[in-house]
Write a protein that binds this ligand. Structure first.
Ligand code: FBP
Ligand code: MG
Ligand code: MG
Length: 321
């Protein structure tokens, strides 16, 4: 069984980037221990405060954010960090080579029901002569690494440094991430989709038609049946897509005209898009490739359609029509 450390070495990952990835893994393992304790760890419930997104922060959102912020700020390789739970980017070490964006706790609405949650990381190169939030304004294509850690029955980590997507499982005996899949490949075809169907009446006509045709099944224009899943944690839905294929989408909608998109580009869409593309899948907004978007703000949101290549391309055809 090969450890994360050994894999990073054997695949010649830049030693400094490897050291940072090991720090991210340590953050994941520490949060995994907290999550495993549930109510006994005092992690359940909400705080009185709201984040910059206008969402009431859960206790675990804040605990996970503080834990990661502390460890990354102590990492000399990190120049600055950006988090879903921080209004602005946070400067760390001026000589640092890396910028880290993260979603400390993804799937917050699942914490109190003991369901799947995770942490998502995106690593960009620092830019000489550019600091603060401006330094983060780089397309996802520039990411040096992306990973998520899923806290489920097992704790698993999906990682890419641009040489394919790899999966690791946390060995609770040794507290080490061990390789469980050295070359994740998303099947090009699928019979499974994930969307929050309760928003159906607010979707654009293209997405309404696409989903209606999936649900029409064998008797409909697609001529075969499709099954639906919704974990309400992007990390969980994307993990299913990486594990057995599928299409995951959080499309544009008119539910709240001031907020037509749900998911955040820098620390949700970009890292997931890199993991999916490196595993042979496709990630789009419906109109553009997610990794080619030029960001304008640290907390900007985008529409997301990702997963099995053929199925996402079929969905995009509906958006062309
Ligand atoms: O509540 P909904 O509409 O099902 O939305 C679920 C989506 O919101 C999220 O929970 C947003 O992420 P956070 O929990 O990090 O805020 C995604 O993980 C998930 O895909
Ligand atoms: Mg999230
Ligand atoms: Mg979150």
């Amino acid at each position: 069984m090969s450890s994360l450390h050994a894999q990073l070495q054997s695949r010649n990952v830049d030693p400094e980037l490897a050291s940072l990835i090991l720090t991210l893994a340590e953050c994941g393992s520490a949060i995994s221990t907290l999550v495993r304790g549930g109510a006994l760890s005092g992690i359940l419930g909400a705080t009185e405060s709201e984040n910059v997104q206008g969402e009431t922060q859960k206790k675990l959102d804040v605990i996970a954010n503080d834990l990661i912020k502390e460890r990354l700020s102590a990492q000399p390789l990190v120049q600055a960090l950006a988090s879903e739970e921080e209004d602005h980017s946070v400067d760390a070490n001026p000589a640092g080579r890396f910028l880290v964006s993260f979603d400390p706790l993804d799937g917050s609405s699942n914490i109190d029901i003991n369901s799947l949650v995770g942490t998502i990381f995106s690593v960009l190169p620092a830019q000489s002569g550019v600091s603060g939030e401006a330094a983060f304004m780089q397309p996802g294509r520039n990411q040096l690494a992306a990973c998520y850690i899923l806290y489920g029955p097992a704790t698993v980590m999906a990682l890419t440094t641009g040489q394919g997507t790899w999966m690791f499982t946390l060995d609770p005996q040794t507290d080490t991430f061990v390789l469980s899949d050295g070359q994740v490949q998303i099947p090009q075809q699928t019979g499974e989709f994930a969307i929050n169907a309760s928003n159906q009446r607010f979707w654009q006509p293209a997405m309404q038609r696409y989903i209606a045709d999936l649900i029409a099944g064998k008797e409909g224009p697609r001529g075969r049946n499709f099954n639906m899943r919704w974990i309400a944690a992007m990390v969980g839905d994307v993990h299913r897509v990486l594990s057995r294929g599928g299409l995951f989408t959080y499309p544009q909608d008119t539910k709240n005209p001031a907020k037509p998109y749900k998911l955040r580009l820098m620390y949700e869409a970009n890292p997931m898009a890199m993991l999916v593309e490196q595993a042979g899948g496709v990630a789009s907004t419906g109109y553009e490739t997610i990794l080619d978007i030029e960001p304008e703000q640290i907390h900007q949101r985008v529409a997301v359609i990702l997963g099995s290549k053929d199925e996402v391309e079929t969905c995009l055809d509906y958006h062309k029509a």
